[in-house]
Design a protein. Structure first.
Length: 204
């Protein structure tokens, strides 16, 4: 069996069920799962983890059948390691948008975006209505948007983003490489995390 599911064509549903509750991690577990600014020992994944250009454009260039499939959009609390990165309080909620970036029927990337609710009434208001359009096209089209340094890490089953991404794999590996970056416009920040799926290594 190939290590991926087919990308299911989007339905008319606009909002998925709220994000599942995340099992609590101990303080030692959180300290051992920090996001890093280097991608040491990432092997063939390094070129994807460290590329500062638009991931959307790179995938479009490698795959003419590139498309975006939204899998979830809901209001929820960000994950524990997103709260500090966004400067939020523990109980503050955000718009959570999750999509698959696909080459035809093959998912390549699971992307998760956290947009604080106060940012939705500011410069990021249009992001709530992207549907199946790529976020990357909007982020890199506006020169006023500042991108902060990339961070990366390997996710395992303890992390909710691993579990969300693994749903789209028939045989998920024990760990998945991910990267994230904060984007700021007029003082309001959003956080975009991209989890790379095994099939992306088959691209030229």
């Amino acid at each position: 069996m190939p290590p991926y599911f087919r990308c299911i064509p989007p339905t008319s549903q606009t909002h998925a069920k709220p994000t599942e509750k995340t099992p609590a991690l101990s303080m030692s577990e959180r300290m051992n799962t920090a996001w890093l600014t280097t991608a040491l020992a990432s092997g063939p994944w390094q070129t994807w983890l460290t590329d500062h250009g638009s991931l959307t454009r790179r995938l479009q260039a490698a795959c003419p059948a590139f498309r975006v499939q939204r899998t979830q959009q809901t209001h929820a609390r960000p994950h524990y390691d997103e709260i500090a990165a966004l400067g939020l309080h523990a109980r503050q909620r955000a718009l959570i948008r999750e999509v698959l970036l696909c080459c035809g029927a093959t998912p390549l990337v699971f992307a998760h975006t956290a947009i604080p609710l106060h940012a939705l009434i500011g410069p990021w208001a249009g992001l709530a209505h992207l549907g199946n359009r790529p976020l990357g096209a909007a982020l890199f089209a506006n020169p006023r948007i500042a991108r902060h340094p990339l961070e990366c890490r390997r996710l395992d089953a303890r992390h909710p983003l691993y579990r969300h991404a693994a749903r789209h794999l028939n045989a998920p590996p024990a760990r998945l490489w991910a990267r994230r970056s904060r984007f700021t416009l007029h003082g309001y920040s959003i956080l975009v995390t991209e989890v790379f799926l095994p099939a992306i290594l088959n691209l030229p």
